[in-house]
Design a protein around this ligand. Sequence first.
Ligand SMILES: NC(=O)c1ccc[n+]([C@@H]2O[C@H](COP(=O)([O-])OP(=O)(O)OC[C@H]3O[C@@H](n4cnc5c(N)ncnc54)[C@H](O)[C@@H]3O)[C@@H](O)[C@H]2O)c1
Length: 317
Amino acid sequence: MGHYLVTGGAGFIASHIADRLVREGHQVRIFDNLSTGHRRNLEAIGGSFEFIEGDVRDQSAVRAAAQDCEVIFHQAALASVPLSIKDPVQVHDVCATGTLNVLTAARDQGVRRVVYAASSSAYGDRPEMPKRESHTLQTLSPYAAAKLAGEFYCESFAHCYDVETVRLRYFNVFGPRQDPKSPYSAVIPLFVTALLEGRTPTIFGDGSQSRDFVYVGNVVQANLKAAFTPDVSSRVYNVASGERVGVAEMLKQICDILDVPFAPEFAPPRVGDVLHSWADISETQRDLGYAPEISFFEALKITVEAYRDSLSSNCLV
Ligand SMILES: NC(=O)c1ccc[n+]([C@@H]2O[C@H](COP(=O)([O-])OP(=O)(O)OC[C@H]3O[C@@H](n4cnc5c(N)ncnc54)[C@H](O)[C@@H]3O)[C@@H](O)[C@H]2O)c1
């Protein structure tokens, strides 16, 4: 039985993918440089696995990590729009060149399939809603451009070489272990930890901007289906819940769960942020059999509880 390589496995999403693979009895190898990931995420994985501390920009290290692998779940990235605006070259090197390194390693080591963590940032701020995979793309930040470059390399490798690739365009993923302390933290961990610590959450813009929030457990399911479903090589699929929620509405729901009043601060919108994001997931459902298992509100409750537990035990989720 081949190994499963999970790049970025010390990070939020990939540690959940590795966790599921380990629990299902697979041989898992994690490759991460621990830049935004954490050892505590590795410690949360329920079973044994191999860990290689390495950088996706280091071609020979990636090639060695891909040896004897059947599938690579390529999740490593600098996943931040603001960081990419500050340092586009670094984000390009990790997200675009790093993906090219993973693909060449896969080709050279006879890997069957690479599943790539693509991003809904590829849709930009165009008016068509909900977003379908065939819609015209628009890259409003260097992050979006670098992630899309990774997508294009995936598509080209599936055509040119004997390696299958499937791209999953994640929308706004949330759940336990998403880092609330990163300077580029996502909105749900920021809101939840602010409220748990008695601080006032800040909404950038008027709060009417909306997102298709998807629970990390549903993203794990999509990755496993993308790895094992036949005849989907070179395809791209949205991974989302298929429903949109306003950012102010989402904060109200968190306030309800925590039983605190809804009283945010408002600040000007941030450069590079899109106004609305909402996915059509019908192709993902049809081709991969993807079926989100947990509703938004249930997942929000699980997430809030996980942050509450970790704050009370003084360690982060
Ligand atoms: N979180 C979201 O909502 C979201 C949405 C769309 C796409 N994605 C994509 O999903 C993937 C995972 O994102 P996440 O939210 O879990 O972020 P994360 O920062 O928690 O995880 C990324 C992991 O990659 C590792 N990494 C970064 N640079 C590396 C390098 N040069 N070499 C090796 N490892 C490196 C980090 O240490 C970290 O463990 C990324 O590819 C991201 O672009 C995330």
